[in-house]
Design a binder for this molecule. Structure first.
Ligand code: PLP
Length: 813
């Protein structure tokens, strides 16, 4: 794609300000991307709480010259070319629809409640020997993701596969206009009555809008869909139980595989797939239908389908050996997803040096010469320090890259593993499936046991936006990341908060702040509880102490004077009723006398903390705290003639006392997806999922017991599973003895007997599961809030109790 800015101006019906005869060859909506350059057109999207216009001045400094905006930010007129439109998302969609209209090859549109991404990846795998395929990267299926996917079509492609996801009525028409699928596929439609839709029929009706201009629809036979499909569209249906479907399939499980017995017209044949779970079998049936509709012979179908594989779409961050961070994207390798992974690498780099381990890339639609030239340019733009290429083709193009080592096979790589000397770097591991890069991840990964705490970075962004939307536009945001980010992780979360331009971070102790600064966090950090012994490191690392007593103030001033500090930022804590830390009313005059005309420090903020913001029973007390805060802080301000940032609200304060936002709020538990208000909880997304596996399964007879003290005795023949997580990992001993449960394959398994130090046992008599299956200790269900309630504690304690021996794995969808 190369377009002049004038052409785009016409296409978008935009009003142009500025001129540079510019040529555009990339579209961006991500201000962090190092791929942004002179030829980028940046669409400043405006979400309900996030407005990308704030990034424009930074982008201009980085060389970006062309922007689609709703207004020109102050002071930037004449600094770049601006295309002003009413709505930047509409403009992006219009741009994509125009781009799509230039191509005339078959395009699949996928919709459904579950399985879209897996079916898309599998179709790509099954059809790629015969087509140059363009498909949505990852799960790019939203109002923003779809246009970005479609914009990547080029004239070498001859087949498209795009997913469309909707969450409310009236979104599908827009996506239809962009994807314009010629063939429709409906994956599992779900029976759930989703939010945003009145009933199942309305939901299906909305989804079918994607196929307004399609010639064929492939779906699992279903009366509602049958009735809704317009007669002029051809339908091609399959079923496990309705023999009137075009293709009738019976399934038979053998060992760990499933045989699909297919009856299609007069033909009868078997297809084997390496899965047994219901979802995978359904998704495979959908793929089978596509192959049939493309008239593949049964031999080819049998041959290709036996190699279907589990799809992992998430980018995961893991701790590696020798001070490395790994970004694991070891299951796919194409140009689009490489771009996304490189952006993620930049946003998560804990160590400055960036290394990429990359396999051959397939199905780009380009010649190898063109492709690897483009890849090399991409890596250069992204400032990748070293490249390790694995595969015959990438080896042949080695000289296009700087600082590049190549190996023909993954086995060759392992022969040289020790010479590659991985240390102090952030490593992106990106390979096509058959290169088996999961083995490289496993070799580089710090050894973990099977229990992990997975942290969803998308949900953190969502929750942050939710609370931001409750604030006045001028209210600043401090995010509390004490206790290792409420147990959820320090650096990775702070890096994300930095991107979202929060104003401050808060930690409890100096060493927490020091490790964040060492890792490269540049946001200002307030230390809630600075010990006198830590003052000199606080100064050295430019942390900002909360000062809560005359003794502390005098001690700090002594050091400040000795070091000849000038206006070093400090924060004054007032006690307004919590009675934990802080100056009281009677100390105020002395405090003012000491601070008056003091040049060594500057009062950056004045704060207090509420004791009852979460419980409206104590509303009156809360108001008395706010009133006292107003009085004391006003006195400080007028007598010292200063204008510090004032703040008193924590998470539940933000929700319950919006009138007391002052200049800043301090968000804590809400960021991590927990609210003490059931209504508000619905709007938050779960962040942490504590996962383990089944180590062993056994059967016991009635009368036999399980665990220490024989606290569980079976009253009937039972099946018991042992899970390797215990109270040493932070699971309360009280959670056992039938109070608590875990989730296995979407079913509740009661914890029986007492929780042991490193293990617990659950009853799986009624549950279909096997050794090695995933076990959810908490997450969506049971939720941390539910656990806390049952255990008569608060979610804070549960989250922060998870021991550091449980590895944290961060991911972005
Ligand atoms: C922990 C803490 C917060 C955040 O509280 P949440 O209830 O988690 O939002 C705010 N202010 C201070 C002083 C804190 O110690």
């Amino acid at each position: 794609m190369t377009l002049s800015i004038q052409n785009i101006e016409k296409m978008l019906h935009a009003k142009r300000f500025g001129d540079n005869n510019g040529i555009i060859d990339t579209i961006s909506i991500d201000s962090r991307s190092l791929q942004n350059n002179q030829k980028t057109l940046f669409f400043a999207l405006v979400g309900s709480n996030n407005d990308a216009h704030i990034y424009i001045s930074d982008l201009i400094k980085k060389g970006v010259q062309n922007f689609v905006v709703t207004h020109i930010p102050e002071g930037l007129a004449n600094k770049a070319v601006f295309l002003v439109v009413e709505n930047t998302l509409d403009a992006l969609q219009k741009f994509a629809a125009h781009h799509r209209s230039l191509f005339k090859f078959p395009v699949f549109g996928l919709t459904g409640s579950n399985g879209k991404t897996i079916v898309k990846e599998w179709l790509n795998f099954l059809l790629n020997p015969d087509f140059n395929i363009i498909r949505s990267p990852k799960s790019y299926n939203s109002q923003v993701g779809v246009p970005l996917s479609v914009i990547s079509i080029n004239d070498k492609h001859n087949l498209g596969i795009f997913e469309a996801g909707i969450s409310k009525m009236d979104e599908m028409e827009k996506l239809e206009n962009i994807i314009r699928p010629t063939i429709g596929i409906i994956t599992n439609i779900g029976t759930a009555h989703d939010e945003g839709f009145e009933d199942l029929e309305k939901k299906i009706k909305e989804k079918l809008k994607l196929f307004k201009h399609s010639k064929l629809i492939i779906y699992q036979k279903n009366k509602i869909i049958d009735a809704l499909i317009k007669s002029k569209i051809k339908s091609f249906s399959w079923s496990f139980n309705d023999e009137t479907a075009d293709v009738f399939i019976s399934k038979k499980e053998i060992q760990d595989k499933t045989t699909l017995q297919v009856r299609y017209g007069k033909e009868n044949f078997d297809v084997q797939i390496p899965f047994q779970d219901e979802a995978s079998v359904e998704n495979a049936a959908t793929c089978l239908m596509v192959l049939l509709s493309f008239k593949y012979d049964k031999k080819t179908i049998q041959n290709r389908m036996q190699w279907l594989y589990p799809v992992e779409m998430r980018l995961k961050v893991k701790n590696g050996i020798n001070k490395t961070t790994l970004i694991d994207d070891s299951y796919s390798c194409d140009f689009q997803s490489l771009k996304i992974a490189l952006d993620f690498l930049e946003s998560q780099k804990q160590y400055k040096n960036k290394t990429l381990i990359l396999s051959d890339i397939f199905q780009s639609g380009l010649s190898n010469e063109e492709l690897y030239t483009k890849v090399a340019q991409l890596l250069k733009n992204n400032k990748v320090n070293r490249v390790i290429g694995i595969g015959e083709t990438i080896s042949a193009f080695k000289n296009k890259f700087t600082n590049c080592t190549t190996f023909k096979t993954t086995a060759d790589f392992f022969l040289n593993f020790n010479y590659l000397n991985f240390v102090n770097e952030t490593i992106l591991i990106k390979g096509a499936r058959h290169f088996q890069f999961e083995e490289i991840v496993s070799a580089l990964e710090e050894k973990t046991h099977e229990t992990i705490l997975e942290i969803n970075l998308n949900s953190i962004s969502h929750n942050l936006s939710f609370f931001k939307s409750k604030l006045k536009p001028t209210t600043k945001m401090m995010v509390m990341v004490k206790a290792f980010g409420y147990g959820s992780g320090g650096f990775e979360i702070c890096k994300l908060l930095e991107h979202h331009k929060v104003d401050y971070l808060g930690v409890a102790f100096a060493d927490e702040g020091i490790s964040l600064k060492n890792a490269g966090i540049v946001l200002p950090i307030m230390v809630l509880n600075p010990e006198t012994t830590s003052f000199s490191s606080i100064i050295q690392y430019k942390l900002e102490p909360e000062i809560y007593s005359l003794k502390g103030l005098n001690a700090f001033l002594k050091i400040a004077e000795k070091r000849k500090l000038k206006h070093f930022p400090i924060h004054i804590k007032l006690d307004t009723g919590m009675h934990r830390l802080g100056f009281e009313e009677e100390n105020l005059d002395e405090l003012i006398a000491i601070l008056k005309d003091n040049k060594f420090v500057t009062v950056k903020s004045v704060l207090s903390h509420m004791a009852t913001s979460d419980d409206l029973v104590h509303q009156e007390f809360a108001h008395s705290q706010i009133t006292l805060f107003e009085k004391l802080s006003s006195k400080l301000m007028s007598e010292l003639q200063i204008k510090p940032i004032r703040h008193i609200l924590n998470t539940s304060g933000i929700s319950n006392f919006p009138q007391a936002q002052y200049d800043m709020v301090r968000l804590g538990i809400g960021l991590y997806g927990v609210s003490n208000d059931a209504e508000e909880q619905k709007y938050l997304e779960n962040v942490g999922t504590l996962k383990s596996i089944i180590s062993q399964i056994r059967s016991i007879q009635a009368g036999e017991s399980v665990g220490y003290g024989r606290r569980f005795v079976a009253n009937k023949p039972s099946k018991i599973a042992t899970i390797p997580i215990g109270y040493a990992d932070g699971i309360s001993r009280h959670w056992g003895n039938a109070l608590g449960f875990v989730t296995i394959n979407n079913q509740k398994a009661t914890i029986i007997g007492s929780v042991c130090m490193d293990m617990l046992m659950v009853d799986i008599t009624e549950i279909n599961c096997k050794e090695g299956d995933t076990v959810i200790i908490f997450g969506e269900s049971p939720s941390v809030t539910f656990m806390a309630h049952q255990l008569q504690t608060i979610p804070y304690e549960i989250l922060t109790s998870i021991s550091q021996r449980v590895k944290r794995v961060f991911y972005r969808e």
